[in-house]
Structure formats: C-alpha cells, structure tokens
Design a protein around this ligand. Structure first.
Ligand SMILES: [Zn+2]
Length: 306
C-alpha cells in the first residue's frame, strides 16, 4: 500500500482497480512514448501500453479523515463502460481493510464528477442509494455540480440516431453521466450532506486547515485539484488534470475525455511551471505506482522524479 508522510499529514492510496489507458490520449502512441525513457517500466509497459490505476487518496491530518475521489464503485449503472457497468470492485471493503471506518470520515472531496471519481459516494441499501460516509461533509465545486445537473436534466439523445462515431461516443457518455448524477451525487444532496463551493475565477477554498481546493479547470468545467499542506511540506492531488505521467512530458497531449482541451493544456502547463523545482509532491489520481513524485525540468519539458 502506498503511503506518504507530509509533516503531520499521512496520505494513503487505496486502489480500486488497474486501468489501461490505451486510446485515451490520441498522440500517446508507442513510437513517440519510446522517446520519453523515464516512463518505462512503471507507466508504460514493454508493448508501449499506458498503465494506470483507479484509486482514492485518504488523508489523516489533525484527527480529521478526508477521502479524495471515490472511484467507480459497486453495482452502478454505467452502460457506456461495459467493464464498469453493474460490477463490484469492493473498494469499500479495501478501505476498511486499510484501517479506515466510513463513519469516521469527516470530509469527502471529488476532483470532478465523472463516473470514476464519485463511485462510493453512495452505496446500495434496500434498493436505494444512500451516502456511504454518513457523518461527512461532501464538497462539490459549484460549477462542476451545476454543469452535470443541467446535463442530467436534458432530454437524452439515442446514440444510434447519430452519424459520427465521436457524437455517438459523447451521447453514450452523457447518458451514463446522467445516471452517475442520479446514483452517486443527488442522493448525497438529498441527504443534506453536500456543500457547493465556489472555485471559479481561480478562487481557492480551504475546507479544513491544510486541505485546499485549487481550481484546475479544463478536463471538466469545474475540475479542482487538492493541496495538502503540513509542517512546510506540500502535496498536490491532481485528479484528472493529468491522467497519465506522459502528460508531464507533453502537457499539450489532451485526452479524448477532456471537456476543453485548450483549457486542460493551459492548466497542465501552469501546474508544471508552479511545481517544477519545488519539493511539492504531485500525486496523480490515475498514476500507476509510484503514483507520486516531484516535478523537475527536463530540457524544454518536465519529468516526474520518484
Ligand atoms: Zn478519471
């Protein structure tokens, strides 16, 4: 199990499942990946495939327990992703096996509201979706929540009626996201546990001392990263502003899942500029192990130093 100690803060990664990222980043083909030697063997395998994880980070600081991103979850309706649709990955059991009690969680943060970041926000109880962490505050960025709520209220489009493959993919994904909103987000709101926070105009928010939401828009409209600071040490949990470490070397490589590719690229460039040469630990939510490192300059670009 990966753990990092930062001052008084302890961060633990609880892994839900391995994730292949082939096809997610158009430009990340084996021949060009081979030019970025430091990616092997941890992040790119011998065949040039992109390796990754679905995992959540748990932060223990000042007696408070914070969970950041809650993965795919169990028994969720995710029809556009057959590998995840109505499956069970047992993340909650792994969370408990790591020594954490769901009833003791104080704060749940979602970097964004995509299907693989909100899964165990809720669990199924007698056929109803109920919050998994009954004593926690769940914080959602207001821009992010309102975007997906509006999407969920729109009339669904049948992907089969669309001609272009990309339009069909988008329509299928939106249909899944509507269900994600209904099963993993709205039940938290209905239970009165959700708080919406304003993060637009680069506004930061510190829900607990040492835990700050930092706007990193682009992948989704209200995407945030989470900074952990204690005793002069810092970490930045980057969510999906970086899907894969190859985007540290090539910040302009947006993913097919990025809502606004120019904005996501600008965000990656900004984060890399700010972290380069500092002791701040970057923790990549989908990065294979080792999932954390510092950022160093590498010629005209950057690399992850683990
Ligand atoms: Zn993701």
């Amino acid at each position: 199990m990966q753990q990092w100690q930062l001052g008084e803060a302890r961060i633990t990664a609880v892994v839900e499942q391995a994730l292949s990222m082939d096809g997610l980043i158009y430009k990340a083909k084996p021949d060009v990946l081979a030019d970025i030697a430091w990616l092997s063997p941890h992040y790119v395998d011998a065949d040039g495939s992109l390796l990754g994880l679905v995992q959540c980070f748990v932060v223990e600081l000042d007696g408070k327990l914070t969970v950041i991103d809650t993965c795919v979850g169990d028994h969720k309706d995710l029809p556009s992703d057959p590998a995840w649709h109505q499956k069970a990955f047992g993340l909650l059991e792994k969370f408990k096996a790591a020594g954490f009690d769901p009833a003791s969680v104080d704060l749940v943060l979602c970097t964004h509201l995509h299907l693989d970041h909100v899964g165990i926000n809720t669990r199924l109880e007698d056929g109803r979706w109920v919050p998994t962490f009954p004593n926690a505050r769940y914080l959602f960025a207001r821009d992010e929540y309102e975007y997906w709520k509006a999407e969920a209220e729109q009339e669904p489009v049948d992907p089969k009626t669309l001609e272009k493959p990309f339009d069909r993919y988008r329509a299928g994904f939106q249909a899944t996201q509507r269900m994600v909103h209904q099963q993993s987000v709205e039940p938290v709101v209905a239970a009165g546990l959700a708080e919406l926070v304003d993060t637009h105009n680069e506004q930061e928010c510190e829900p607990l001392p040492g835990i700050t939401l930092v706007p990193t828009h682009g992948h989704t409209p209200g995407h945030v990263s989470v900074e952990i600071a204690s005793g002069g040490a810092k970490a930045l949990i980057t969510g999906d502003s970086f899907h894969h470490p190859c985007q540290i070397a090539r910040a302009e490589w947006a993913t097919v899942a990025d809502h606004d590719r120019e904005a996501s690229t600008a965000t990656r460039q900004r984060v890399l500029r700010e972290l380069a040469g500092t002791d701040t630990l970057m923790l990549g939510t989908h990065f294979a192990e080792p999932s954390g490192g510092t950022i160093a300059r590498d010629g005209d670009s950057y690399r992850l130093k683990t």
